[in-house]
Write a protein of this length. Structure first.
Length: 177
């Protein structure tokens, strides 16, 4: 028998939603001088734009942009404007799969992003169990976990993994009560 979902479809969508308000886009995706210096080390406008967009997705919402997934248009425009490159450059980015992979490795190294591991999962369950003593609302717990992982520069796992950690924490909290 399949397990009951902790999050509704709308809650799942909202957890990783990109901001659409201009102020939020600017807050999350404006580059510092240091960021720009690192981004400008890439060869050509195509690689600079691709590297920068991947950096944005790693920072917020905290995920790796899928290979065939186009970036959110307002984000792409904001990034292209900051780098003074054409948004059409995106269409050429990642034609070599290796370039994309190399950029991801470099972003993790330079900016300190880490993949989500079993150790992170155990810490997440422990953290969420304390919160689950106060509430059993899945979306509250999942949001808290995602915010915690973002602050730690951990690349977010799938929402299924977030739900599993949340469900396990709720179960542990219920056993304690």
């Amino acid at each position: 028998m399949p397990r009951r979902s902790i999050l509704s479809a709308a809650e799942r969508d909202n957890l990783l939603a990109l901001p659409d308000a201009k102020e939020e886009l600017i807050r999350h995706y404006t580059f510092s001088d240091t960021d720009l210096s690192i981004i400008r080390q890439r060869r050509g406008p195509v690689n600079r734009l691709g590297f920068a967009v991947q950096l944005c997705y790693l920072r917020f919402p905290g995920v790796i942009l899928g290979v065939d997934e186009p970036p959110f248009s307002p984000l792409l425009k904001l990034v292209a404007d900051q780098l003074k490159v054409s948004i059409e450059s995106w269409d050429e980015y990642g034609q070599r799969e290796q370039t994309r992979r190399e950029h991801l490795v470099e972003l993790q190294t330079v900016f300190g992003f880490q993949p989500f591991t079993m150790s992170h999962y155990r810490q997440a369950v422990q953290l969420l169990t304390e919160l689950a003593m106060q509430t059993d609302k899945g979306v509250v717990l999942a949001s808290a976990l995602i915010e915690h992982l973002r602050r730690q520069s951990v690349i977010l796992p799938s929402l299924n993994a977030v739900e599993r950690a949340t469900a396990e924490a709720i179960t542990r909290a219920n056993r304690r009560i």
